[in-house]
Write a protein that binds this ligand. Structure first.
Ligand SMILES: [Zn+2]
Length: 376
């Protein structure tokens, strides 16, 4: 990888905190050992070391569609078991942290750091005792929702039911404050965002969200929200997902998705239900969609840094970090996996950021929030 000596020196001596990856899905759902080199994934322990992505938040995600089967807690625990199994199998390479002090101690010992976190407040099954047990197992942040609206908070891509957080939702935030667990507003609806800001007595974070002014994806944060997180003392981890980073890509991809939906509807009308002819028509639609998407020009990794630049200009340099969404997102050109993260440092150097500011963005900002909020 071609990066400047200055960038290399900074990056490989820095705490590089990545506040969101979905990589635990690989061991949990597919039996893949991410302690060993893998080809399909964005991350594994050897590549984390290669890219010096040395402090990783690993998300547990039970799809809300499983709630009806009453499996949401079980699946979350399966993810946590995968995490603890990884720590147990590779004790000389990675260790679990639950506090900022842990992080520094483990880094000084020359190892990678793993921190557990939860994606989607529905995972507590509306029960504060389950939240407390997740904290006991090491979970140190929870997004109040995933894209769905749960029984106490509105999600960003679903019908609102609570005008933000309901009474119990505010109790969840207060209990997280009390426990020493970070309140994460990535994925929540705007009304939930403002209720969380108002209710939390500790800094809130956005573990994986980018800037809406640059790319209008509903998952991104507008400037008022970015400023509110900063005023609150929190940090926003910029998400690398291509439909959150590049506006032109997002718009074109959304139009293709709409075309596909229409084509599926037509096929379902033209062919008998469950017929072989319907199946082959749907397959053709899928293949055509894949071809068209493959032809789109993906955003370039330097566009991730455009989001960092924008957030720094709105909120100041103390409130921006990295939240890749590796293994849960499609990556920009040049950011194929976590070995490419030093390129972000290189781009920050190229754009004139000081060494101190780069270290803040790479991890020290998030360390500050961890020091303030996390407890054992
Ligand atoms: Zn997510």
């Amino acid at each position: 990888m071609n990066i400047s000596k200055e960038a290399r020196d900074i990056h490989y001596s820095a705490l590089v905190v990545d506040t969101h990856s979905d990589s635990l899905a690989w061991p949990t759902r597919h039996g893949v050992d991410i302690g060993q080199p893998q080809e399909k994934t964005h991350m594994d322990l050897p590549r984390m070391r290669e890219g010096n992505q040395n402090v990783q938040f690993f998300a547990c995600f039970a799809s809300p569609s499983w709630i009806e089967n009453k499996k949401v807690v079980q699946v979350t625990l399966d993810y946590m078991d995968s995490f603890h199994t990884l720590m147990r199998d590779y004790p000389d390479q990675i260790e679990q942290a639950t506090t900022a002090d842990d992080v520094r101690r483990i880094i000084d010992a020359g190892k990678l750091v793993g921190v557990l976190c939860i994606e989607g407040g529905h995972s507590i099954d509306d029960d504060l005792s389950i939240l407390r047990m997740y904290h006991r197992l090491g979970a140190r942040y929870m997004t109040l929702t995933w894209n769905n609206t749960n029984n106490w908070a509105d999600g960003v891509l679903d019908e609102p039911r609570h005008d933000g957080l309901n009474h119990f939702g505010k109790e969840v935030v207060r209990e997280m404050n009390r426990l020493g667990m970070l309140v994460d507003i990535s994925h929540v609806a705007p009304a939930t965002f403002w209720d969380a800001i108002e209710t939390s007595i500790k800094p809130v974070i956005a573990s994986h969200s980018s800037a809406k002014v640059i790319c209008a994806a509903p998952r991104n944060l507008d400037d008022d929200q970015i400023r509110a997180v900063a005023d609150n003392g929190g940090v926003i981890g910029v998400n690398y997902e291509i439909t959150f980073v590049g506006e032109a890509y997002r718009v074109t991809k959304a139009a293709l998705d709409d075309e596909k939906t229409e084509a599926v509807k037509r096929a379902e009308k033209d062919h008998p239900q469950d017929s072989d002819s319907l199946k082959s028509a749907l397959r053709e639609i899928d293949d055509l969609q894949d071809e068209k998407v493959a032809e789109l020009r993906k955003p370039h990794y330097t566009e991730i840094v455009d989001h960092i630049d924008h957030m720094v200009s709105v909120a100041g340099v103390d409130h921006v970090g990295l939240g890749s969404d590796f293994d849960g997102a499609t990556m920009p050109e040049g950011m194929e996996d976590c070995t490419k993260v030093p390129l972000i440092t290189d781009e920050l150097v190229r754009r004139g950021y000081s060494e101190g500011d780069i270290r803040k963005i790479l991890g020290e900002n998030f360390m500050r929030v961890m020091e303030e909020v996390l407890t054992d």
